[in-house]
Design a protein around this ligand. Structure first.
Ligand code: ADP
Ligand code: MG
Length: 402
C-alpha cells in the first residue's frame, strides 16, 4: 500500500528550501462550471494550505491544472475564472498565463517575485499531457526548480504534469495529497478496528476491485445501492426489474464465499423501497427482500436495513464509505443514504475515523450538509476508488522517497 511515510512531502521543506525558488505545483482545479461561474469551489479551497505555505515561505508559485476534457484549445475551458476565484480566496493577486508552456507562461513565470502566484493555462489543451510526452514534461519542468504534486484527483493518471515532470525536478507531495494518502493508507494498512466498509452505488462491475480488496481487510462489509440486487439474484431471490448485472453473479458469489471464509460480518439489506420503474418519484411499497415481486424495482434500502447498518456502525472505529444506498437524487429514495450519512457522522463524533470517497457519495454527503462531520471526504472519485482497490497511484509513485 503506498503511504507517504516513505515519500517526501512539502512539510519536509523549510524556508531555506523554498524562498526565492520557482515551484511548479500540480493542482486539481477541475471544478464544475456554469459558463464562467464556478458552481463548487471545494477543490480550489482544498489546495489553499499548500499554496499558502509556499507563499508564506517566499516561493514563486507556478500552478498547473487541467479542466474538463478539451480537444485542443477550447475557449470555454480556459482557467481565467479559476485564477480570479483563487485570487479572492488567497486575498492576493494571481496572474493567469494565456498558454501552458509557451511565451506567456515563460514570461510570467520569470517575472514572479517571492510569494507571487501564476496559474498556467489548461494543461490538457496539449494532447502531450495525457500522452505523458517526455519533451512536454521537460518543458513544464524548465519553468521551475521544484515540483509539488497536490492533485490527488488525478494521481491515478500517469500524465506529463502528474508523473512525467517528477523525473526532471525534485518532487514532493503537497498537503492535500499527503492527507488523502495518509488517511486512506492508514485505514487500509493499519486501521483502528473494527473496520467497516459500506459499499453501494449503481454497479458491482465498477467496484469489483474495491470489493475484492476490502473483503480481505475489513471486519464488516455492508452492501447497499443497486449493486445489492446482483447479490440478491445470486442468492436466488426475485429481484423484479431492479438493476442486476447478470455477468457479475459469479463474482457476487465469490465475494460472499470469501466473506464467509474470512468470518466477517457481511450485511446485505433486509428490506427495500420499491417503485414500478426508474422514473418514479414516489415509492410504491417497502418490502422484505424475500417478498419482492416481478415488476417491482428496488430503489432504496428500507428501515430494517437502516437499523442493522446503524448497529454495525455504532461500534466501528474506522469506516470507509463508497457509494450511495439508493437513488438519493430523488427525495423518496434518499432516506437510506441520509440515515447512513448521519450514522457515519455520529461515528466521527464519538471518535471513529470516517472516510467518504466516490463522486456521488461525496455529493450526497455535501448535499446533506454533513461533509464537515466526516474525518475525511476524498477530493478524488476515481483516484480514491483505485486507492481502495489497493493500486499504486502513478502520481504518488513518481515522488521522491524520503
Ligand atoms: P460513487 O460515485 O459514490 O462511487 P456510484 O457512481 O457507484 O457512486 O453510484 C451512484 C449512483 O447509484 C447514484 O446516481 C444512484 O442514483 C445510483 N443508485 C443507487 N442505488 C440505486 C438503485 N437501487 N437503483 C438504481 N440506481 C441506484
Ligand atoms: Mg459515481
Amino acid at each position: 500500500m503506498p503511504t507517504l511515510q516513505q515519500k517526501k512531502s512539502i512539510a519536509d521543506l523549510t524556508d531555506k528550501d523554498l524562498r526565492g525558488k520557482r515551484v511548479l505545483v500540480r493542482v486539481d482545479f477541475n471544478v464544475p462550471l456554469d459558463g464562467d461561474r464556478i458552481t463548487d469551489d471545494t477543490r480550489i479551497r482544498a489546495t489553499l494550505p499548500t499554496i499558502q505555505y509556499l507563499v508564506k515561505h517566499g516561493a514563486r508559485v507556478i500552478l498547473v491544472s487541467h479542466l474538463g476534457r478539451p480537444k485542443g484549445i477550447t475557449e470555454a475551458l480556459r482557467l481565467t475564472p479559476i485564477a480570479k476565484r483563487l485570487a479572492e480566496l488567497l486575498g492576493s493577486p494571481v496572474a493567469a498565463a494565456t498558454d501552458t508552456i509557451g511565451p506567456d507562461a515563460k514570461a510570467k513565470a520569470a517575472a514572479l517575485k517571492d510569494g507571487d502566484v501564476v496559474l498556467l493555462e489548461n494543461v490538457r489543451f496539449h494532447p502531450e499531457e495525457e500522452a505523458n510526452d517526455p519533451a512536454f514534461a521537460q518543458s513544464l519542468a524548465d519553468l521551475a526548480d521544484l515540483y509539488v504534486n497536490d492533485a490527488f484527483g488525478t494521481a491515478h493518471r500517469a500524465h506529463a504534469s502528474t508523473a512525467g515532470v517528477a523525473k526532471d525536478l525534485p518532487a514532493v507531495a503537497g498537503f492535500l495529497l499527503q492527507k488523502e494518502i495518509d488517511v486512506m493508507g492508514k485505514a487500509l494498512g493499519h486501521p483502528d478496528r473494527p473496520l467497516v466498509a459500506i459499499i453501494g452505488g449503481s454497479k458491482v462491475s465498477s467496484k469489483i476491485g474495491v470489493l475484492e480488496n476490502l473483503v480481505k481487510k475489513v471486519d464488516a462489509l455492508v452492501i447497499g445501492g443497486a449493486m445489492a440486487f446482483t447479490f440478491f439474484m445470486a442468492q436466488g431471490h426475485e429481484t423484479g426489474s431492479s438493476l442486476v448485472e447478470d455477468d457479475q453473479l459469479d463474482l457476487a458469489r465469490d465475494i460472499m464465499k470469501l466473506a464467509q471464509e474470512m468470518k466477517l460480518t457481511f450485511l446485505l439489506p433486509v428490506d427495500v423501497v420499491c417503485a414500478k420503474n426508474f422514473d418514479a418519484t414516489e415509492a410504491d411499497c417497502t418490502c422484505h427482500i424475500a417478498h419482492m415481486q416481478a415488476g417491482q424495482m428496488g430503489l432504496d434500502i428500507g428501515p430494517d436495513s437502516i437499523k442493522a447498518i446503524e448497529k454495525v456502525l455504532a461500534t466501528a472505529k474506522t469506516i470507509i464509505w463508497n457509494g450511495p444506498m439508493g437513488v438519493f437524487e430523488k427525495a423518496a429514495f434518499a432516506h437510506g443514504t441520509e440515515a447512513v450519512a448521519k450514522a457515519v457522522a455520529a461515528a466521527t463524533e464519538r471518535g471513529a475515523t470516517t472516510i467518504v470517497g466516490g463522486g456521488d457519495s461525496v455529493a450526497a454527503v455535501e448535499g446533506l450538509g454533513l461533509a464537515d462531520k466526516m474525518s475525511h471526504v476524498s477530493t478524488g472519485g476515481g483516484a480514491s476508488l483505485e486507492f481502495l482497490e489497493g493500486k499504486q497511484l502513478p502520481g504518488v509513485v513518481a515522488l521522491n522517497d524520503k
